[in-house]
Design a binder for this molecule. Sequence first.
Ligand code: ADP
Ligand code: MG
Length: 323
Amino acid sequence: REVSELIAAGEVIDRPASVVKELLENAIDAGATNITVEIKNGGRTYMRVTDNGKGIAPDDLPTAFLRHATSKISQKDDLDSIMTLGFRGEALASICAVAKVDVLTKRKDDSYGTHYAIEGAEEKTSEQCGCPDGTTFVVRDIFYNVPARLKFLKKDSSEANHVADLVTKLTLSHPDISFKLIRDNKTELLTAGDGKIYSAVYSVYGREFANSLIEVDYTWQGIHVHGHAVKPLEAKLNRKFQNFFVNGRFVKSKACAAALEEAYRNNIMVGKFPACVLYIDVPPNTVDVNVHPTKIEVRFSDEKLMHEAVYFAVKNALMERDA
Ligand code: ADP
Ligand code: MG
């Protein structure tokens, strides 16, 4: 393997959670309504993502693992308008460069599925097999060939928490998909996938949280903010419970977080943070999505306007509740 290839791979894939993220985004792109994520030992030795999406044609399997073979970007301008989650066409190439990958996949109308195995980017197996409709990726021994990277992984429990956080975010941004997370043979999360935000929130954060939701629905200068805010509960919340999804994607935004906390200012006790699951829809060309695949920070072309939108939306909801 070329060193440059491994470095490139390392930019996309820096820990088990980034593998899971790419596999989940692909499953979502494939139209799955049912997705299972299983990890063992923090994902270090074993990660599995199974979906019931459209599957991959046998002939397309080898190319799926080639860098940029599937890139949907032709010009820089396209970035603004790309609506599917995957657009770089290098996730699978990066994953197979640093791990051992098995794929089982079948399209609904095919009578057979395919088992494809690739290790260090080298094809090991390609054979017909029986399997359910959809796709299963199994990724083993991440960084088995990049000891320097392996050394940088945190404890298994902490790597597993990264995966769990990620699944949580995707659960909340896709209430129409049923997610299951299995961690070291134990089911940690199972969501209904009934399209209701409430039930997704319930599965992820529990009853107390779900029952104290305040509905938010507000439009400010072309920015639509909807979803729920939550007053601080007995249980100590931290900023991890502040979820902002901009145009369907989980993001970190200083403007949004500050606006939320400001709206709650007179409502919260010192040391407690309000929580939220807020969906913000804006014209795509006003978001500067950080192009780096592992980053989730965004900036808006008008940060002040975004701050206002979130502030007014939450403040308004709080006032309506108190009225
Ligand atoms: P990208 O998602 O940017 O196109 P990837 O390397 O993530 O690039 O995936 C390569 C291709 O493999 C995808 O474009 C898609 O055609 C196919 N693919 C990957 N995962 C799945 C899946 N779970 N179901 C169906 N097709 C998939
Ligand atoms: Mg992808």
